[in-house]
Ligand binder design. Structure first.
Ligand code: SAM
Ligand code: SF4
Length: 400
């Protein structure tokens, strides 16, 4: 049998959201593996809620096995039948860079130590998500590697049965290679918006270009799969698109061109967005390439220049959102759950956890509240969008 978490990490009462699987669960309830204390289904979208408690007739192994089967079914369905099995955890809202599109100039006050989830809180909250079917966790921020306990958190989470990964600006990676290897991380996302040292300083308002490049080389030398996130912004770096594609020809790096997104205080304007269509037009001028399509639940459409060592991809949140099969949830560094990058609502998981309350119903409800597209805040023609009317945190406070 697959490794399953110790039984005690499972919450006592679990709410499940199922569709066509209802009959088999009812049968199991009748078999008294569990007895349903509460059972009702809502006709409108086949949602049902169960509250289970354990019978005393079955052994520990049987219970584990049963939960294991349920985990496979996926427990975090939203009302659009999307299963949520991918959690991004922000370790901090602090950073050693000041990218203008992410961190507002005027608001750089950071969460206090008391407000941040502690390493043990992160682990124990993550366990509850894993019990609900999460199989991938990405550490992010702010810059995850400026969190003092980053190594401890990585080590703790590496014990969970998930694919553990991270998005980082790469500045401190050389200090963490042993921990990354030890934790079994095999693929990392590194943000680098330019291949020019001056433009790096312009965008990040800090130095460090060479260090990031060296650290990408360092990871490659350890056989780690490196994805490079490049936010394309008109008038800033769009002239470098083909330099990045050329890089993928010569190096096994996987560049992801990201459309510039609006967040609180990031000076976003529709005309600064270079769309996926425009990005491909740029590339076509110099390269012929093959489409590799989009992976299920993926955010990026992938491409490949024949003969190259790497690939490139486009994340077209603004011009072609990929919400239809979104499987992502986010936890901010101060323990608030966001069901979408653009959601205006948040659920205070950490406060409930600190009061020793069951956080599972909160997680399930947050997923059920998820809007169909872009947090319900915009859609259609983003040229019409007034970024100041969006209700959201800045990106650095959400966790990208
Ligand atoms: N500090 C880490 C880093 O830079 O990789 C992790 C956090 S950062 C918020 C995560 C990702 O979000 C980065 O790849 C960054 O480029 C991206 N990002 C931030 N603001 C963005 C925006 N306005 N539009 C598109 N991507 C953005
Ligand atoms: Fe820091 Fe990453 Fe935001 Fe840049 S994008 S300011 S590196 S958190």
């Amino acid at each position: 049998m697959h490794t399953v978490l110790p039984f005690e990490v499972y919450p006592q009462h679990i709410w499940f959201v199922f569709d066509y699987r209802l009959p088999s669960l009812e049968t199991r309830c009748e078999n008294s593996l569990f007895r349903a204390k509460k059972f009702h289904s809502q006709k409108f979208n086949t949602r049902a809620e169960f509250e289970f408690y354990e019978t005393n007739t079955l052994g520990y192994q049987t219970l584990l096995h049963h939960f294991y089967e349920l985990r496979h079914l996926g427990l975090l369905y939203d009302t659009f039948k999307r299963n949520h099995d991918y959690l991004r955890i922000s370790l901090t809202d602090n950073c050693n860079l000041r990218c203008f599109y992410c961190m507002p100039e005027e608001d750089i006050s950071c969460a206090t130590r008391e407000q941040l989830m502690s390493p043990d809180e992160i682990l124990n909250i993550a366990k509850q998500f894993v019990a609900l079917g999460v199989n991938k966790i990405r550490l992010t921020g702010g810059e995850p590697l400026v969190r003092k306990e980053a190594a401890e958190i990585i080590a703790k989470l590496s014990a969970l049965p998930v694919t553990l990964t991270m998005t980082t600006n790469g500045l401190r990676l050389h200090e963490f290679v042993p921990q990354i290897l030890e934790a079994g991380m095999r693929s990392l996302n590194i943000s680098l918006d330019t291949l020019n040292a001056d433009t790096f300083t312009l965008i990040t308002r800090r130095q460090g270009f060479e260090t990031v490049l060296n650290n990408i080389e360092l990871l490659l030398s350890h056989g780690i799969h490196v994805k490079v996130n490049m936010v394309v912004m008109r008038g800033i770096n769009e002239q470098e698109i083909n330099d990045f594609v050329r890089w993928t020809v010569d190096k096994p790096v996987h560049v992801r061109f990201i459309e510039f997104m609006p967040f609180s205080g990031n000076k976003w304007q529709g005309e600064k967005v270079v769309t996926s269509h425009e990005i491909l037009e740029h590339i076509e001028k110099e390269f012929s390439f093959i489409s590799l399509g989009k992976e299920p639940n993926g955010t990026a459409r992938k491409y490949f220049v024949p003969g190259s060592l790497g690939t490139f991809a486009i994340i077209s949140t603004m011009s072609h959102p990929f919400c239809e099969d979104c499987n992502r949830m986010r936890l901010t560094a101060d323990g608030k759950m966001k069901n979408c990058l653009f959601s205006n609502g948040e659920t205070d998981i950490l406060a409930a956890f600190r009061r020793n309350e069951d956080i599972v119903p909160l997680i399930v409800q947050s997923v059920l509240n998820k809007k169909e597209k872009l947090g319900g805040q915009f859609g259609g023609d983003f040229g019409e969008l007034n970024a100041e009317e969006l209700h959201n945190r800045s990106m650095i406070k959400i966790g990208g």
